[in-house]
Design a protein around this ligand. Structure first.
Ligand SMILES: Cc1cc2nc3c(=O)[nH]c(=O)nc-3n(C[C@H](O)[C@H](O)[C@H](O)COP(=O)(O)OP(=O)(O)OC[C@H]3O[C@@H](n4cnc5c(N)ncnc54)[C@H](O)[C@@H]3O)c2cc1C
Length: 455
């Protein structure tokens, strides 16, 4: 293809398709290469937090939530050992539950409607490079035998969790923290209509939320190093360990789904963003950064990043000015944590808490107190607030509350020993997560010096 584009996007998933729409609406010449434009049937990305809905609105893409029976989600219901309570999202905001494929097709339809966006169904094989500068991609369509190339001044790599190109553009270390097994529950009677449900179960949490008027997604966490497989042992685990902890109203649809046996399993990754700047390219979405999906934050991070990168690219008049393009990419990398750190830290910190007996109990009891003990943490989970200090103050208050309860309810020796262990665990959980997010004080010096060091 002889035409040269301003921007080439690899992958029309949540990040790539939303960015293409946003750039197209502002008249940028964009080529998108997507492996498959067919509607996908997946268990990922089916609850969009209210903060993500807000970002879609800011990008002028809120219409993409209409027309496929997306369900408003107004807050969370938490269940633990026979008790339960609810927390509403702040300011009467609502998230959305939906089939991921339906939402993505709506974004893709909007992308295809942009006159300056060219979409090619094909698989990118490699990034092309001249003199150390990425200048486009080599790809193959399903119908052609030979590879073709596209040139662009900037290549956005948003090829998702199993990214082929992550290693070239980052120093990320990939870790699988657990597996989610997804079931589709039909006509499930959730105790609270239009709420996300979290069962703070043993040994690991389960999530449920409506994804259309008749179907509920259930995700069961498997905290072991092996993915669960269909077997008599798995059925026994679901029967003896999971089912007794679920609200009884949902058991008929749970058993129907288990007996049908159509479950899907996905790995849950922890990939802190460690981009290595390479002229002509930028990483976006799951290829750049992943966190545990317990808090449903991935799409909000992808959309927030697409908006922040997109806003910078829209401002560029001349993409031939590669120096300006490079500076804006570096700025994006250096500042993105201001809006994504809370989502990343909370997701993996909460997963760590859920895997620790005393912290888990402390967290449940803390949120159950209501008032600001519940509403401020949920404002962070919903990505309405992106205030890291607020997140950390509640995280350590949970540990403090747990210590108070342990000392009150146990003997002094047991209480003190368990309190010390709990505080140590809390610090061990959160400290590396905070450091991954490159707090702004760490960035001041390199940015001032005009040099950005990403490792
Ligand atoms: C089990 C699980 C549950 C989750 N639940 C939620 C949730 O409820 N809420 C939430 O917000 N987040 C959730 N997430 C995270 C969320 O799904 C992701 O963060 C989000 O989809 C990232 O978007 P993306 O565009 O980076 O990747 P994707 O949406 O996966 O898009 C990547 C695209 O790139 C294409 N592609 C890949 N390779 C190539 C290639 N070589 N050439 C061309 N195209 C290519 C793919 O076909 C795909 O269309 C969940 C994640 C998991 C694992």
């Amino acid at each position: 293809m002889a035409e040269e584009f301003d921007i080439c996007i690899v992958g029309a998933g949540i990040a790539g398709a939303s960015l293409a729409c946003y750039l197209g609406k502002h008249g940028k010449r964009v080529a998108v290469i997507e492996k498959s434009m067919v509607e996908r049937d997946v268990i990922i990305g089916e609850l969009l937090q209210p903060g993500g809905v807000d970002v879609l609105q800011e990008m002028g893409l809120e219409e993409c939530l209409n027309g496929f029976d997306a369900q408003p989600v107004e807050g969370y219901a938490l269940f633990m050992q026979g008790e339960h309570f609810t927390i509403r999202y702040p300011n009467h905001k609502a998230g959305r539950g939906f089939r991921n494929g339906k939402f993505l097709q709506a974004l893709r339809k909007e992308m295809l409607a942009q006159p300056t966006v060219t979409v090619i169904e094909g698989t990118v094989e490699s990034l092309t490079e001249i003199d150390g500068i990425i200048n486009g991609v080599k790809y193959k369509t399903k119908t052609s035998d030979s590879s073709q190339t596209i040139s662009a001044k900037l290549t956005v790599v948003s090829d998702g969790m199993f990214s082929l190109f992550r290693e070239q553009l980052s120093a990320n270390e990939k870790k699988v923290t657990s597996y989610f097994m997804g079931l589709l529950l039909k006509s499930c009677e959730l105790p609270y209509k239009n709420y996300g449900h979290v069962v703070v179960a043993e040994p690991s949490p389960c999530l449920m939320y409506p994804i259309n008027a008749t179907e509920t997604r259930m995700l069961i966490d498997f905290p072991w190093s092996e993915a669960p497989r269909k077997s008599p042992e798995l059925i026994a685990y679901l029967e003896n360990t999971i089912a007794p902890q679920l609200p009884s109203s949902m058991l008929p649809s749970f058993w129907e789904a288990v007996n049908e046996g159509k479950f899907k399993v996905m790995p849950n990754h922890h990939i802190p963003a460690k981009p290595v700047y390479k002229p002509g390219a930028v990483l976006l979405g799951d290829s750049l950064n992943m966190r545990h999906p317990l808090t449903g934050g991935g799409m909000t991070v992808a959309l927030t990043d697409a908006k922040n990168l997109g806003a910078r690219l829209i401002a560029i008049q001349n993409f031939a000015d590669t120096k300006q393009v490079g500076e804006l990419v570096k700025q994006f990398y250096a500042t993105r944590h201001n809006q994504t750190a809370t989502i990343n830290i909370l997701a993996d910190a909460l997963y760590g808490v859920m895997r620790n007996e005393d912290l888990k109990r402390a967290c449940y009891d803390y949120l159950k107190r209501g008032g600001h003990y519940a509403h401020e943490p949920i404002s962070i989970l919903s990505a309405v607030s992106r205030d890291v200090n607020l997140l950390l103050s509640h995280f350590f208050s949970v540990a403090g509350y747990g210590i108070k309860n342990l000392i009150r309810t146990k003997s002094i020796t047991v209480g003190l020993l368990r309190s010390r262990a709990m505080l140590r665990d809390a610090v061990n959980i959160v400290a590396p997560l905070v450091l991954n997010e490159k707090p702004s004080w760490k960035w001041k010096y390199p940015i001032k010096a005009g040099q950005i060091v990403f490792r």
